[in-house]
Design a binder for this molecule. Sequence first.
Ligand SMILES: Cc1ncc(CN)c(N)n1
Length: 220
Amino acid sequence: MNFTDSLWLSIEAIYSKILAHPFVQGLTDGSLDESAFRFYAIQDALYLQDFARGLAILGAKADSDDDFLMFCDHASNAILVERSMHDSFFKAWQLTSEQVYNTPPAPNCLLYTSYLLRVALGLPYYEAVGAFLPCYWIYWQVGKELVQKGSVNPLYQQWIDTYASDEFEAVVKAVLPVMDNLALGLTQPQKEAVKHHFIITSKMEYLFWDMGYHQQEWEV
Ligand SMILES: Cc1ncc(CN)c(N)n1
């Protein structure tokens, strides 16, 4: 079994909860309130700004030029590809980029991006790769799952198609072997540290959808 297979096994219960979440369910059956999706999309645009910067840090820490190039490419894709999807949503909702990027991050968004950046900046490369993996892998799995049902809402369908696409699959399939190759040189405690981050950020993926569903506000 590859190391990444064992990582996925460790989050099976979290992944099941993600698939069962009303936000995710509502993307296909159309029951998700579009205002919750809009809230999520705005927060995701903020998330991607930090996610892309985190990937650039991973690139700088990478121990091979191939990994460096891959993470830099993924950093620019996060802005150019995923953000262009968001921009088309924002256009449909007549939201200006000032309105989007002046929105304060909701607690769960800030929690997630702060964690990613803390790990990327302060911890070893292999731990940081483990922390970033769920951002790729869970979205691809969710996209593949949801595309089978499709959506009655064209915006939700566009979102699903982006993450179920061959292009997104290629991105995920490029990053998984990086983790597996790194794992070959890791001790058991180092692998446990990677798994720890992988589980935490998988939980944060759940929390991010939950934030959108409840349109989470700061209580104070
Ligand atoms: C919260 C979150 N996680 C992951 C992805 C996919 N890059 C995303 N757009 N947003």
